[in-house]
Design a binder for this molecule. Structure first.
Ligand code: ADP
Length: 648
């Protein structure tokens, strides 16, 4: 029963609106009710056994040599039950002004001290209290003031912003519900709060400012003591003036900026993403205002223009880039004039923009940037450096042309080769038929017929050998068998072997008296020399003189073969040594050939460490040169210059 009664009493005390604290003779807390928990931010269990003075600021712990409860008890008679205003201290250190009453029961160790607290009246609510009238004399002024006060109250209570007032102490004297709601606590918990005891220094600074007569803005997160709810708030502090013009306190206008913060955060995130896109875009992006001055450019455009991004701001293109800038400005200018976008305008750095240096290709897009009401604010610029892409396209086109050319060369070659290979066959078969006929008739054989037949066969063999050699060179399989060789004798020998082919041409040979030795493949070097001599005969008129000169210059033997023939047009001299190349002036009809002899010769000469070239004038003859290192010069390099022995 006793336990039940205690519980009931506890429930009754918890239902009380005002905080209630009971302590023992040592002023240690024995009991607190729910209102105390709510007001001071403690849990009941945490308080039990603690000195009651923990609920008050340290400066109030002792008064006139007594503890605060004892002091209040000592004043009981004088006060006659009226409360005393003191500061209570919340768990977080914030001070609240309360009205405190002390009472005691029992003696000695059985003594119990009871403290009851009451929150200060909220000023706004107190305005509702009836105003006393002198009976019978209607007080119009009082009535009027009451109406105005009521209006003020309505304005304050209905404001979509939190509003609180504080006095000079600075104690919160009144606030509206909206403020309590934003902060996440009750109005009762706010009124009486000493703002100087809040932990946020910036709030204290703003309170000081407003008490000093200035406005002050606070932006921050407010943490409610009881619910620990964090609310982002913006508070505008302003001073309140008394009728005599002095600052009597201040007012705070509080806005819950949770939504605004979220919107701002979203906007910032969007902007950051856009900014990232803008900065990192591989395309140059810029914005020109209505005077064609840059407002902003990204790094890519800065690189294209060759000027740091920040240096663009406020400048026109001509100011930044001179003449090329003036030329580049034509696009944006036209967009401003017509209000129409310009897309995919290609510009060549050298021709269109007169930018010195290697050619670059730009792709420009310009478009009007408008306000929602259609006014043109400026011009958006997108510029892409498409040089690489263009180069790749050109390279592809070049490769395509080359492939086409290779196909054409191959087709030409096939028709030339079949023609060339067929040419000796007709006379050969004619000659063989003649021989056969004569043999059948028992007639004498004409040796010249046989000679001619053999000549055609030699020609055929030569053509086929050239084809084989060319394909060996292509495959890197044309083997050389070098040995010490008298080059002067080799040339002389080759000249002698061609006596039969020279017809009415004359050979003139000039060689220095001393022997000239090279390290070389005799067979292949003879092939080179005879090729030059055959060409000299083939491409010069019958009866002309072919001059062959061998000279020695330092360690190099130089052979030259000069003919008075058709010569070679200058623009084709470089290509003579390419595979299948035949000069324009050597028509297939008049001069047979596969365009392989010089190609093979160049390969042989170069692999001997030498060089082959031509000097010629179209219509006036040509001189072909072959320079080879002599034996003494060639020897050290020999092992590297020749591949292993291969059959050929
Ligand atoms: P071809 O079998 O066509 O003569 P070459 O490789 O020996 O092949 O010569 C390539 C081309 O060089 C010839 O088609 C010809 O146009 C030109 N050429 C070579 N030698 C001479 C020369 N002595 N005079 C004029 N043109 C020459």
């Amino acid at each position: 029963m006793a336990g039940g009664a205690a519980r009931e009493l506890e429930a009754i005390l918890d239902a009380a609106v005002d905080p209630f604290i009971a302590c023992d003779a040592d002023e240690r807390i024995l009991h607190v009710n729910a209102a105390t928990e709510r007001l001071l931010g403690w849990d009941r269990e945490q308080l039990l056994g603690r000195p009651v003075t923990d609920l008050f600021p340290p400066r109030l712990h002792r008064f006139h040599g007594l503890s605060l409860p004892r002091y209040l008890l000592s004043r009981r008679k004088v006060l006659g039950g009226r409360p005393t205003r003191v500061f209570a201290r919340r768990r977080d250190g914030v001070e609240l002004q309360v009205e405190l009453t002390a009472g005691a029961t029992g003696v000695d160790s059985q003594e119990r001290i009871v403290l009851t607290m009451r929150r200060l009246h909220e000023v706004i609510d107190s305005l509702e209290e009836p105003v006393e009238h002198v009976p019978g004399t209607p007080d119009r002024t009082a009535h009027h003031e009451e109406t105005v006060d009521r209006l003020y109250r309505l304005v304050v209570e209905n404001a979509p912003l939190g509003i609180f007032h504080f006095d000079r102490a600075p104690i919160v004297t009144a606030c509206n519900d909206r403020f309590a709601h934003i902060i996440g606590t009750s109005k009762r918990n706010l009124v009486g709060l000493n703002l100087f005891t809040l932990s946020d220094e910036r709030i204290i600074a703003c309170v000081r400012e407003s008490l000093a007569g200035h406005n002050c803005d606070y932006d921050g997160d407010y943490r409610a003591l009881t619910t620990a709810k964090v609310t982002p708030v913006r508070v505008r502090f302003a001073p309140c003036y008394a009728e005599d013009g002095t600052v009597e306190g201040g007012v705070g206008i509080v806005e819950d900026i949770t939504d605004r913060r979220r919107v701002e955060a979203e906007r910032e995130e969007n902007l950051a993403q856009l900014d990232l896109l803008f900065r990192g875009a591989p395309v140059g992006i810029g914005f020109l205002d209505a005077n064609l001055r840059y407002v902003r450019v990204n790094e890519t455009l800065a690189r294209i223009n060759g000027i740091p991004a920040e240096a663009h701001t406020g400048h026109t293109l001509p100011e930044l880039l001179g003449e090329p800038g003036a030329l580049a400005e034509r696009g944006p200018r036209q967009v401003l004039r017509t209000g129409e976008p310009m897309v995919n305008k290609e510009a060549l750095s050298d021709e269109d923009l007169r930018i010195p240096g290697p050619r670059r290709y730009f792709l420009g897009n310009y478009y009007p940037v408008r306000t929602p009401d259609g006014r043109v604010l400026g011009v958006g610029v997108l510029v892409e450096d498409i040089t690489e892409r263009k180069r790749a396209e050109e390279e592809r086109a070049h490769l395509y042309r080359e492939a086409q050319e290779a196909i054409r060369v191959r087709d030409d070659f096939l028709s030339i080769a079949s023609h060339e290979l067929k040419t000796p066959l007709t006379p050969l078969s004619l000659r063989l038929a003649t021989l056969e006929r004569r043999l059948e008739r028992g007639e004498n054989l004409d040796p010249s017929v046989l000679r001619h037949a053999r000549h055609q066969l030699t020609r055929l063999t030569g053509l086929i050998n050239d084809l084989l050699d060319a394909s060996r060179i292509e495959a890197g399989r044309l083997a050389l068998h070098p040995e010490a060789t008298r080059f002067d004798l080799l040339v002389e020998h080759t000249l002698a072997s061609m006596e039969g082919q020279k017809g009415n041409h004359a050979f003139e040979f000039e060689t220095p008296p001393e022997p000239i030795s090279v390290q070389g493949d005799t067979y292949r070097l003879e092939q080179v020399v005879s090729n030059l001599l055959e060409n000299a005969l083939k491409y010069s008129p019958d009866g002309g003189t072919i001059r062959v000169r061998l000279s020695l210059s330092e360690d190099v033997a130089v052979l030259s073969v000069t003919d008075p023939g058709i010569g070679i047009p200058e623009d084709q001299q470089q290509q003579l040594f390419d595979r299948y190349f035949r000069a324009r002036n050597a028509s297939t009809r008049s001069y047979g050939g596969l365009g392989l002899g010089l190609y093979i010769s160049r390969d042989i000469v170069e692999r001997h460490g030498g060089r082959i070239w031509v000097e010629s004038e179209a219509g006036r003859g040509s001189t072909f040169y072959v320079a080879l290192p002599t034996l003494s010069a060639a020897r050290p390099a020999l092992p590297l210059a020749w591949p292993d022995r291969h059959l050929h």
